[in-house]
Design a protein around this ligand. Structure first.
Ligand code: HEC
Length: 102
């Protein structure tokens, strides 16, 4: 019984850790890439620094996987050669700053 509940707590802890989206992403690197490659086009459409793209009322992104997908789509449109790790870093930046998925 005792070991069962220990196992259960470990599973819950592991589950929580895994649930944090983009947990492995490097925030500072993601922000630098985003500001260099992404913000300009968003700003040209929405004005300001473009961040309203992420906070506008009808914004598209509702969960971590659609965020990851959109980063990839926008990146592909850009014709930029960002690596998957770079996209994860941008994900960490966007999620911690705007979307706050847990
Ligand atoms: C050439 C222009 C352009 C560039 C460059 C660009 N985007 Fe976008 N992005 C768009 C447009 C346009 C939309 C909105 C599409 C819509 O509303 O249907 C968008 C939407 C998004 C959204 C969804 C916002 C929301 O919640 O609705 C995210 C996230 C995003 N872009 C991330 C990025 C990232 C990360 C980069 C850099 C790797 C990037 N974009 C580069 C044009 C661009």
């Amino acid at each position: 019984m005792k070991s069962y509940s220990l196992l259960l707590s470990l599973m819950i802890l592991a589950g929580t850790a895994q649930a944090a989206p983009f947990a492995g992403g490097n925030f500072a690197h993601g922000k630098a890439l985003h500001d260099k490659d992404c913000a300009g086009c968003h700003a040209s459409r929405y004005g300001g620094d473009g961040s309203i793209m992420y906070t506008r009322q009808d914004h598209m992104i509702k969960n971590p996987s659609s965020l990851a997908q959109r980063i990839d789509t926008c990146n592909a449109n850009l014709g930029n050669k960002l690596f998957p790790e770079d996209e994860a870093d941008i994900g960490a930046y966007l999620n911690q700053t705007y979307y706050k998925f847990r």
